[in-house]
Design a protein around this ligand. Structure first.
Ligand code: GLU
Length: 496
């Protein structure tokens, strides 16, 4: 294969969502698998749809997922988020206009004088008469002098004169042969009257100029492909290979919506999903390795990825799968990586991190590690360790078979026990267990009688993670504070 060059060509109409970035990922993986190059091109020719901040969001999303751009223009757009700024179509207008002049000269394109009123009327007639929609070619046969053609650029819309006979067939790398009846194709506008190209023209000229070997894009663009191939033919250029990726649908095969997780990639970042997990999830939206493997590092993906293993049928967005994958990535983080990634989230949640030692912080994050799928959940999972809220309902301190009096007595005994034993984050959990167990046996108490009020006192929750892990983190001092608080609350219930 010649040098593989792929591109991601988003329109800057907002922060890129899952589907956009899945396209970027597949195009990037294909290029990397073949030791090729991956290019980013911003398709901003529809100026009415531009949204400020989109280019920054596109660059940030790619960078976060490790999708690297191999070349581009050195521009401020690249900023600190990428080495290269992307190619930007609105900065290349003269290139497109020059090429349109060539098409006008050969008669492959023509200026159109039909005004909106006529086009509206045409549309209405087509609807009422059940005719195929689209431009009827009225201006196609007008003759123009060279001078008039030149003047038309930037003042009249220019249309491509599509071939009208037979079928146009191209081989899609995912779908095989795809054919279009040319008699049903209308003549699309390729250059607007303001001199801006439309998507069809700009993307064909750029794909050619940027030596793109494989155009990998979403299925929604398949109907544009006959127009593109006709443009390649009109310029006498060799078209690239095409691969149209399957759509992504929501659960129940419905249209993917926000409810199904069709958020922007940066929303997932804000929730604390790990980029490795999201990338792993995205690649499985339409691709599979042909084995049972589900967890892939970036380099494994580069090695394994092929378009042959991309499916034609829609991929289903499954939020549970994303959470499962994300949980997997979080639960396999090394201690250092866990602490690095989790600390900002703990701070954000209000945890007084500077009051804890590194060891305590690690233990706190480890408690959450096995329970969460995204890092923003860490606050909620660990708040009982650092939140100062007292128990809301002291009666939850009483074990099923116990009473207020008995529980108060047990809490008093436990306070004494922790006053006599200095426990810190460096005390192994087994040692804490032994201390409590030995005391329990000496006192002749049943296990539940002790453990229930102890756990509820130190975690202040009816249901919570392990009591010994909690005591290890908060240490004897704070354990005593919480036991005292629990005892006082319960005693006041007795008096009431
Ligand atoms: N600008 C188009 C988009 O926003 C790109 C289509 C293509 O890749 O050709 O998706």
């Amino acid at each position: 294969m010649n040098l593989v060059r792929t591109r991601f060509a988003p329109s800057p109409t907002g922060a890129p969502h899952i589907g956009n970035i899945r396209t970027a990922l597949f195009a990037w993986l294909f290029a990397k698998h073949h030791n090729g190059k991956f290019v980013l091109r911003i398709e901003d020719t529809d100026q009415a749809r531009l949204k400020a901040g989109s280019v920054k969001a596109i660059l940030e999303s790619l960078l976060w997922l490790g999708i690297t751009i191999d070349e581009g223009v050195m521009s401020a757009e690249g900023g600190e988020t990428g080495r290269y700024g992307p190619y930007i179509q609105s900065q290349r207008l003269s290139l497109y206009q020059g090429h349109v002049m060539k098409l006008l000269e050969t008669g492959a394109a023509y200026p159109c004088m039909c005004d909106n009123a006529r086009l509206e009327q045409l549309k209405k007639t087509q609807v009422t008469q059940g005719l195929p929609s689209g431009y009827d070619g009225k201006c196609r046969t007008r003759s123009w002098s060279d001078e008039q053609k030149k003047d038309a650029i930037g003042s009249l819309p220019i249309r491509l004169a599509m071939p009208k006979e037979g079928t146009l067939t191209f081989e899609d790398m995912i779908r095989g042969n795809v054919s279009f009846d040319l008699s049903l194709q209308d003549d699309p506008i390729i250059l607007k009257s303001d001199g801006f190209p439309t998507y069809h023209l700009a993307s064909v000229i750029d794909d050619h100029a940027m030596l793109i070997s494989h155009v990998i894009r979403g299925e929604e663009w398949i109907s544009s492909t006959p127009k593109h191939i006709s443009l390649y033919n009109a310029f006498s250029w060799e078209p690239p290979a095409f691969a149209h990726l399957p759509m992504i649908l929501g659960a129940g095969k419905s249209k993917l919506s926000k409810r199904h997780g069709a958020q922007s990639v940066l929303d997932y970042q804000k929730l604390g999903y790990l980029p490795d997990a999201l990338r792993n999830f995205l690649v499985l939206l339409g691709w599979n390795p042909g084995t049972n493997q589900e967890i892939f590092s970036s380099s494994e993906l580069i090695e394994l990825f092929s378009l042959e293993r991309v499916q034609k049928s829609p991929a289903i967005f499954n939020m549970e799968k994303l959470n499962w994958l994300s949980h997997h990535y979080i639960s396999t983080l090394s201690d250092t990586a866990l602490l690095d990634s989790a600390l900002p989230w703990l701070k954000k949640a209000g945890c007084p991190t500077d009051q804890y030692s590194q060891k305590q912080l690690l233990l706190i994050t480890k408690i959450a590690q096995q329970r969460i799928s995204f890092l923003s959940a860490i606050g909620e999972e660990t708040a009982y360790l650092w939140d100062t809220q007292p128990i809301q309902d002291p009666l939850i301190l009483i074990e099923k078979k116990s009473s207020i009096e008995h529980t108060v007595a047990i809490l008093a005994g436990l306070i004494e026990l922790f006053q006599n034993n200095d426990i810190s984050e460096n005390t192994p959990c087994e040692e804490i267990t032994n201390i409590v167990e030995q005391w329990r046996e000496q006192q002749g108490h049943a296990r539940g009688e002790i453990l229930w009020p102890l756990r509820v006192s130190v975690t202040r929750l009816k249901h919570s993670p392990g009591v010994y892990e909690t005591i290890q983190i908060i240490g004897s001092k704070e354990t005593i504070v919480r036991l005292n608080q629990a005892r006082d609350l319960l005693s006041s219930q007795k008096q009431a």
